[in-house]
Design a binder for this molecule. Sequence first.
Ligand SMILES: O=c1ccn([C@H]2C[C@H](O)[C@@H](COP(=O)(O)O)O2)c(=O)[nH]1
Length: 169
Amino acid sequence: MHHEDTKESQVVLPEQGWGYETARRNFGTDFYAGDSKLERARVVMFHSSMEKQCGQVGACIAYEDKRIVSTGYNDMPNNCDNLPWGKGDPDKLNNKYVYVCHAELNAVLNKNSTDVKNCTIYVSLFPCNECAKVIIQSGIKKVMYYADKYQDSPKVKASKIMLEEAGIK
Ligand SMILES: O=c1ccn([C@H]2C[C@H](O)[C@@H](COP(=O)(O)O)O2)c(=O)[nH]1
């Protein structure tokens, strides 16, 4: 595990304007010293085939002792190769939002363990309300995040209300 952590910290990632800067603001030096799983979540987000700049999200779930249980990134449902990736069409059926599986959902479903109870989820973007529900129902107990770019949206506000009510740190 220590070896993997070292490799992760050596990965050079493209700067996209919000990742590292937000992480620095949120976590200061502790982020780099202590939390390579956030790095993993950020690496995973580059597997997403969503468009660059704003659309890629990664998640990594780990036990309390930091062993990784799962990773996931936002993507279209399996075998659904013809769905739209755009987001500006007035018809909601022509936008990605109604189809895409979020990183957190994929990470919970991809788990290599019976469950993810008491685990921590590391995410590159603060979870939306639907992901908060998945996190709560799956028994995850802690959320660590990089960026919170939709913090003023009702979805993220609802997410924070639910996570707090459920006692998730
Ligand atoms: O908790 C979340 C919230 C969002 N996502 C995904 C859904 C979309 O594919 C992108 C966001 O795209 P924007 O172009 O920035 O709106 O993030 C997620 O995986 N988890």
